[in-house]
Design a protein around this ligand. Sequence first.
Ligand code: DC
Length: 234
Amino acid sequence: MTKPYKLSALSGKVIAIDGPAGSGKSTTAKLLALRMGYVYLDTGAMYRAITLYALRNNVALNDAQVLTDAANKILIRFQAESSGNKVYLNDEDVTLAIRSQEVTASVSEVSAHPGVREAMVRQQRQIAKSGNIVAEGRDTTSVVFPKADIKIYLDASLKERARRRLLDFVRMNVDSSLDEQIHELTHRDAFDSNRKHSPLAKTGDSIVIDTTNLSVEEQVERIIKLVKTRFMQV
Ligand code: DC
């Protein structure tokens, strides 16, 4: 079982953002962290890194024991760069490798194992000890940081989310189509929302922002406004 979370264990403020794939979490969290001088914690990148490890080492995606052991011994770290976070799996830079279609198609299954999640949550809370953070993922508002200072749930229509994902692939020179992205997102949404352990969920105290018709700038502005109101009241 994941140990209970103690707010006193953190030295700084936590802004937690959850939502389905393509809802704008990463772009928003990255920019928000940059504007506020906070550390950006991309929890999805950590599950992707474990998945990459599994694929490279021919570990079956349903082998909970081997994946849990791997998650407990692997070190994932982030290095902030002006272009965004670099992701390291042990000492290797895997920033690009974790975005491949193969990893994307397998990550939901790997991230559903309770042992993998417990190991990742431990590392995520450890990272948060270093200061103020903007964390994003599926369970940052519910499980990882249930006492976060601000909780946001980002959402957008399936079509818009698929369009954004397709743009990401086009930028990476990967062939895909809107239909393929709609299919992939539908599958991943179902898996991430229906799994038994820490599913994607909207907590009662999360503020919902629908980003379907918002620019990144507008999304960030909305959260900054919220931060100013909340943090100035404290
Ligand atoms: O945000 P992303 O697409 O990089 O996330 C990749 C996968 O990792 C996603 O399909 C579900 C999983 N994930 C998770 O289970 N919990 C998190 N906190 C973040 C991501």
